[in-house]
Write a new protein. Sequence first.
Length: 317
Amino acid sequence: MAKIIGASIPNIPWQDKPEGYKYPVWRYDGNPVITRDNLYNANSIFNSAVVPFKGGFAGVFRVDDVCRDHTLVVGYSDNAINWNLQEKVIFRGYDPRLCEIDGKYYLSWVNLTPHGTTIGIAYTTDFEEWTQLEDACYPVARNGVLFPRKVNDEYMLLIRPCDRGHTPYGDIFLAHSKDLTYWGKYRFVMKPEKNWEMTKVGAGPTPIELEDGWLMFYHGVLTSCNGFTYAMGAAILDKDQPWVVKHRADRFLLAPHKDYELVGDVPNVVFPCAALADADSGKIAIYYGGADTVVALAFTTVDEVVDYIKANDLMNK
């Protein structure tokens, strides 16, 4: 059995796997959990990040407003399903990720600059006041995802270099830092391998620590005659050298099949951005953007997903 190394989340949102369902990740039957109706002047709310906070939950949410500006706002919830979003914009940019490190909540996001996108880094202790640090790279990059602790006394950041457009390529790299200011020692992690992800790959939620590695959910992109299709995959990275891929599923875990994933501002998108993982039960709740329009929720367990990865392991073929 696989084991999560981390905190207990007894109130993690959860639905049992539907009877007869054969796949390792299943959708919440109340999806989507957040729509544009959750906030006035929102055109779309999607690709958002969630963490446990003071017995409940807090999050940073991507809100593209009715001017189609990319903004980030804070939200709170008692059950991680029904959310109260704040109107105050904390940063400009998109696709936030959140993790807690030594009592501080660190936010990474795609920061907008006149020269292209960078990875912004900021932290808070209360989700009201934020301290912004230096950007973690020079332009252009996206999908910056921090590990939830230091590895070998260094902070780790997954990153995907790209161009200033809607990049038709993309591999995952990893950067090291001693102080969250100076980043370097870049290491290649993985590139597209199978048809479902052949255009590009990018890291998803904060990696989940296991006894023997790091569980990384990620998105992969297929280019078809109808455009891009985003789906969710998973891999297990080495515990001490997380740029080394130990196991990797050769097939997606979740792809756009429901209306709220197929139809929206950008059709055919499942984009994982956050995951809650309960160390006691092994339950995992995954938040993902649907069609660049809504936030949806899916579930798995650490045993289900690890077994699925190893049963369909690209690294052993």
